[in-house]
Design a binder for this molecule. Structure first.
Ligand code: NAD
Length: 280
């Protein structure tokens, strides 16, 4: 391996400790409300980790767990209550939702000033217009990792693989807003390996284990692997062939221990940002 390891776990721990200190200094307790619907096992783990990390940082976290059969109207009423609750600074609906519920309608019901995930159309629109406010936690975490490498994004060539609303799309916009030249690669792109090989920075968020091989990577590129894929044998892997790409990259993130912990750290930072804005 020639690449340096971009240790998201350590960087996230450092950021969480710094945030906890800022919250202590601020002298109030920010409030985070998390809505989980149904029994998706991965969501159960994510929500538990988010709530625990929030409490460790001095944030009051409340989880509202509802059964999969909960009618949408009931969820909309809960969101309205939390929007009106002065103790709640930040609110998120954990995705994916059970079939029959509309993530779009539920997210649109969240007060944009409490939209800690940055998924509300108002916040997504601000990002698209280059007027960034609250931005989605995973791509924000990726930006924080990139900052650790010292890569100057201005004029850099960046390839983002995946165009989902929660990762790929906002990632591409964040990089564009920082003057990178961005190629957004998706499932219909022709010759994705050749497109990707042009890039100084690769952010892989396709959800396809081993998609990105060494032939996708330019010598010296920074490689960030957002993918979290569970293999049939139970192992957790990213979208990047880590061993092969580490021979060519200058920096590379591991899975697990790369982007995942950063997502949680940035969720907590977003919570505090919203809490401060509401007290201004
Ligand atoms: P998604 O399924 O919503 O989107 C995947 C995107 O990848 C799509 O836009 C699709 O066009 C593209 N894609 C699929 N196959 C492709 C291919 N062969 N070549 C190029 N592009 C292809 O997924 P998502 O929610 O954006 O998540 C992506 C991955 O990131 C998943 O593995 C997910 O578990 C992971 N994830 C990790 C974190 C974290 O905190 N680390 C957070 C969110 C998602």
């Amino acid at each position: 391996m020639t690449a340096r390891l971009l240790d998201g776990k350590a960087i996230a721990a450092r950021r969480r400790a710094a945030l906890a200190a800022r919250i202590r200094e601020a002298g109030f307790t920010p409030g985070l409300a998390v809505i989980r619907v149904g029994e998706d096992p991965a969501s159960a783990v994510y929500v538990r980790n988010k709530a625990r990390a929030a409490r460790e940082a001095g944030i009051a976290a409340t989880t509202h767990h509802l059964p999969a059969e909960t009618p949408e109207a009931e969820l909309l009423a809960l969101i309205a209550r939390l929007n009106a609750d002065a103790a709640v600074d930040a609110l998120l609906v954990q995705l994916p939702l059970p079939a029959g519920l509309s993530a779009e309608r539920l997210i649109a019901a969240i007060d944009p000033a409490k939209d800690v995930d940055g998924f509300h159309p108002v916040n997504a629109g601000h990002l698209a217009l280059g007027m960034e406010g609250i931005v989605p936690c995973t791509p924000a975490g990726v930006l924080a990792l990139i900052a650790e490498t010292g890569l100057d994004l201005k004029g850099a060539r960046a390839a983002v693989i995946g165009r989902s609303r929660i990762v790929g799309r906002p990632m591409a916009l964040l990089l564009l807003n920082r003057d990178a030249t961005v190629t957004l690669i998706h499932s219909r792109s022709r010759d994705p390996a050749a497109l990707c090989r042009e890039a100084d920075l690769v952010v892989a968020a396709a959800g396809k284990p081993g998609l990105v091989g060494a032939e996708w990577i330019r010598e010296g590129a920074v490689v960030i692997d957002v993918g979290i894929n569970r293999l049939p044998d139970g192992r957790l892997v990213g979208d990047v062939d880590f061993a092969a790409c580490a021979e060519r990259a200058s920096w590379i993130t591991p899975v697990p221990g790369g982007v995942g912990p950063m997502t949680i750290a940035l969720l907590l930072e977003n919570t505090f940002t919203l809490a401060l804005a509401r007290r201004r």
